[in-house]
Design a protein around this ligand. Structure first.
Ligand SMILES: NC(=O)c1ccc[n+]([C@@H]2O[C@H](COP(=O)([O-])OP(=O)(O)OC[C@H]3O[C@@H](n4cnc5c(N)ncnc54)[C@H](O)[C@@H]3O)[C@@H](O)[C@H]2O)c1
Length: 344
C-alpha cells in the first residue's frame, strides 16, 4: 500500500514530508520543474531535499513522468501498489493563459488521467488541488464573503480548468464510486516558493519579502497591494489539509475552500520591518500589475467553515509564525542562524 503524490513542487514537497512522517510509503510522479525526459533537469527535487533531508531519494520512489501520459501514470500506480493519491501537478495561472492548448492537456486531461487511473485501479481516495479561483473576484462578490456554495465565476482560464476538474471529479465519483476531495486553495506561502517564480504563479513580492531581507541582500523589496488584505495560507497547513482529506474515504466528491488567515498585507510588511529594521523594504499602497491570467481572488474574504466541519481542517499556523518559519528556512539555506520573533 502506497500513496502517490503527483506534481511535487512547492506544495507537494510538504505533503510528501508529512506522509513520510505518518509512516506511509510514498510514490512521487511528476516533472519536478523540468521538461520531462530521462536526462532532463528536475530542479524541484532540490527543494524536496531541503524539506525532507539528504536521504529523500532512499525514503521515496521517484518516477519522472508526465501527467498527460495515462499509461505511465497507471503503470506506476500498479507497480508500486498505490491505494491513495494526492494530485498536485498543474500549470499555474499566467502559464495557463500563455498556452491554453498545453494547459488544457496538463490541467484538465492530466486530472482526468488521475481520476481514470484511480477508477481502473480502484483507489480508495484521491485528493487534488483545486483553487479559490473557481469563484474569482468579480463585481458579484464586492463586499461579500465567498463560501463553498458560491456561484462559479472563474476570472481566467486557470480557474476555469479547476471548475472543469470539479465537475469531472463529481462525475467520476458518481460513475465509479470513487472518493474524491478537491481543496480550493488560497494564496500559499512558505519556504520553497521561489521555485515557482518562473512558472507563471502571479506576483513574487511575498517570496522576495521573506527572502532578500532574511539573507541580507541589499536590494529594495517593494510590497504592493498595501491597502488590501489577503488570505495567507501557510504551506504546512496546506499539507495538513491534504492529509486530513486523505483520511475520508466515503464515496462521493466534495470541494473545500482551504484557507489560512485573512490579514492586511501591511501586517506581513510590518512584521518583516520589525525583524529587520534596516532592510530596504517599502510598502506601496497601490496595486501592482499582475501577469495576464493571474487573479486577485485572494483579496476577497472567504468562508472556510465547510472544511472545518467536514474534514476537520482549520489553519494552525498564525501569520507571524509562518513568516518567521519561512524567513528562518531561507536563512538556514544561506548558512545563517535563525532569528527570533520580535517583541511587540
Ligand atoms: N501556490 C498557490 O498559491 C496555489 C493556490 C491555489 C491552488 N494551487 C494548486 O496547488 C497545486 C500545487 O501548486 P504549487 O504551488 O505546488 O505549484 P508548483 O508549480 O510548485 O508544483 C507543480 C508541479 O507540477 C509539475 N508539473 C507541471 N506539469 C506537469 C506535467 N505535465 N506532468 C507532471 N508534472 C507536472 C511541475 O513540474 C511542478 O513540480 C497546483 O495544482 C496548483 O494549481 C496553488
Amino acid at each position: 500500500m502506497a500513496v502517490m503524490v503527483t506534481g511535487i513542487g512547492h506544495a507537494g514537497s510538504y505533503v510528501v514530508r508529512d506522509l513520510l512522517a505518518a509512516g506511509e510509503k510514498v510514490v512521487l510522479f511528476g516533472l519536478f520543474g523540468g521538461p520531462g525526459g530521462p536526462d532532463a533537469p528536475t530542479p524541484d527535487l532540490h527543494v524536496l531535499k531541503r524539506i525532507i533531508g539528504d536521504d529523500y531519494a532512499d525514503r521515496t520512489e521517484i518516477v519522472v513522468g508526465d501527467i498527460r501520459d495515462l499509461d505511465a501514470l497507471s503503470d506506476t500506480m500498479r507497480t508500486h501498489g498505490v491505494t491513495k493519491a494526492v494530485h498536485m501537478a498543474s500549470m499555474l495561472s499566467a502559464a495557463v493563459e500563455a498556452n491554453p492548448p498545453l494547459a488544457i492537456q496538463v490541467n484538465a486531461v492530466g486530472t482526468a488521467n488521475v481520476f481514470e487511473a484511480a477508477a481502473r485501479l480502484k483507489l480508495k481516495k484521491v485528493v487534488w488541488a483545486s483553487s479559490m479561483d473557481v469563484f474569482g473576484h468579480g463585481p458579484a462578490y464586492a463586499g461579500q464573503t465567498i463560501s463553498d456554495e458560491s456561484v462559479y465565476d472563474p476570472p481566467y482560464l486557470y480557474g476555469a480548468t479547476k471548475v472543469f476538474n470539479e465537475y469531472l471529479a463529481r462525475q467520476y465519483a458518481r460513475n465509479h464510486g470513487l472518493s474524491i476531495t478537491g481543496l480550493r486553495l488560497s494564496r500559499i506561502y512558505g519556504y520553497g516558493e521561489h521555485i515557482k517564480a518562473s512558472r507563471g504563479s502571479g506576483t513574487s513580492w511575498l517570496s522576495s519579502l521573506l527572502y532578500d531581507p532574511a539573507i541580507g541582500n541589499d536590494v529594495e523589496v517593494v510590497v504592493p497591494f498595501g491597502a488590501r488584505s489577503m488570505d495567507f495560507v501557510y504551506i504546512e497547513d496546506v499539507a495538513d489539509a491534504c492529509l486530513k482529506a486523505l483520511a475520508h474515504t466515503e464515496p462521493g466528491s466534495r470541494d473545500y475552500l482551504t484557507l489560512g488567515e485573512y490579514r492586511p498585507i501591511k501586517d506581513a510588511y510590518d512584521f518583516v520591518r520589525r525583524v529587520f529594521p534596516a532592510a530596504p523594504v517599502r510598502l506601496d499602497e497601490n496595486d501592482a500589475p499582475l501577469p495576464p491570467g493571474s487573479s486577485m481572488t485572494w483579496a476577497v474574504r472567504h468562508d472556510g467553515s465547510r472544511a472545518a466541519a467536514e474534514i476537520g481542517y482549520a489553519p494552525r499556523i498564525r501569520l507571524e509564525e509562518g513568516l518567521l518559519r519561512t524567513i528562518n528556512a531561507n536563512r538556514a539555506d544561506a548558512g545563517l542562524p535563525p532569528v527570533a520573533a520580535p517583541n511587540n
